[in-house]
Design a binder for this molecule. Structure first.
Ligand SMILES: [Zn+2]
Length: 321
């Protein structure tokens, strides 16, 4: 029985989560990591009614749903299939395609598998939205969309995406990447960049002890200069003489952007503008946890049980920006 799951291998995963019961027990532990407490009477002993996925308080007999308030709410899909999907999404560096998961997990229709993957992406995005970036941040914009159109700022048929990666110095004084965030924006104007900087952590709210974004490093595009001035953060401008300089002078945003493009074009064969943000959030989620490979599955389940679910209707009705 899996108490906590730490590992990377397929065989270990298969052994830990061989049955629906093993998944349910694991889910219960992740949901109530300090132990279950009845919300009605505060008693800490309860039976788990597996068939209904509820905790039955031994004292007052109140029933508490295991899945309410999580992405698994009202799902009719076995947890075993959810667990495999989440395992693949957590551990596969290039993401996992819905059609492949539909086939491997023997899920009858594509729409169901697509919705499951989007629920997991929502959990990833909600978890990363809690984090801000501090100190010095590399910042750049890029364009995502079908190939064949003119690249460059202001290009039609492409979505503008801002990418930021925070930097820190290791023991040897070498610059290293910290956290990454990507955001689909309506344009690369100073206003859009300013809003993005607010989300990253330079907003007016200065909570006690919160580390703030201090400076940005960019290619010097005028909108960055204006946004930095508006938001009162420092601005370091690198001089790009030729396109290849970008990879050398702004290496981390370029790595994250290329990774996102490879995932979207390669694994997902392109995605619509409406859903682009979720795929970018997925790429950032994995990048931000690259040092915690052994724990990444448990962390993602933990994110999935602490986020409200989303319905198919909400997903298809959402505005693209
Ligand atoms: Zn009770």
């Amino acid at each position: 029985m899996a108490r906590r799951y730490e590992g990377r291998g397929l065989l270990g995963f298969q052994k830990a989560f061989a049955t629906e019961e093993a998944c349910l027990d694991h889910l219960r532990r992740m949901r109530w990591s300090d132990g279950f407490v009845c919300p009605r009477c505060g008693h800490d002993e309860a039976w788990l009614i597996r068939t209904r996925k509820v905790m039955d308080c031994k004292k007052c007999r109140a029933k508490t749903s295991l899945t309410a308030g999580t992405i698994f709410h009202k799902t009719r899909m076995p947890l075993l299939k959810w667990y495999w999907l989440i395992y693949r999404m957590a551990t596969d560096k290039v993401g996992t395609s819905v059609s492949e998961m539909q086939r491997l997990l023997e899920i009858r229709d594509y729409k169901t598998a697509w919705l499951m993957a989007h629920k997991v992406r929502k959990a990833m995005a909600d978890r990363d939205a809690r984090y801000t970036l501090a100190g010095l941040v590399e910042l750049d914009d890029s364009f995502f969309g079908p190939p064949g159109h003119t690249p460059g700022r202001g290009s039609e048929h492409k979505s503008t995406v801002l990418c930021a990666v925070s930097l820190y110095r290791d023991d040897k004084g070498k610059e290293k990447p910290g956290f990454a965030h990507m955001r689909v924006v309506k344009d690369a104007s100073a206003n859009s960049i300013g809003d993005f900087l607010d989300r990253l952590g330079c907003g007016p709210e200065t909570e006690e002890g919160r580390e703030l974004l201090e400076a940005i490093r960019t290619d010097g595009w005028k909108s960055y200069a204006k946004a930095a001035k508006d938001k009162e953060v420092g601005h370091y401008r690198v001089v790009l003489r030729k396109p290849v300089d970008a990879g050398r002078l702004l290496p981390w945003v370029h790595r994250v952007i290329s990774n996102a493009k490879a995932v979207i074009r390669g694994t997902h064969r392109g995605v619509s503008e409406k859903h682009l943000q979720s795929y970018l959030s997925e790429v950032c989620y994995r990048f931000n946890r690259r040092f915690w490979e052994r724990e990444i599955f448990d962390r993602l389940i933990s994110a999935c049980v602490s986020t409200e679910t989303v319905t198919y209707g909400q997903l298809v009705d959402q505005k693209s920006l």
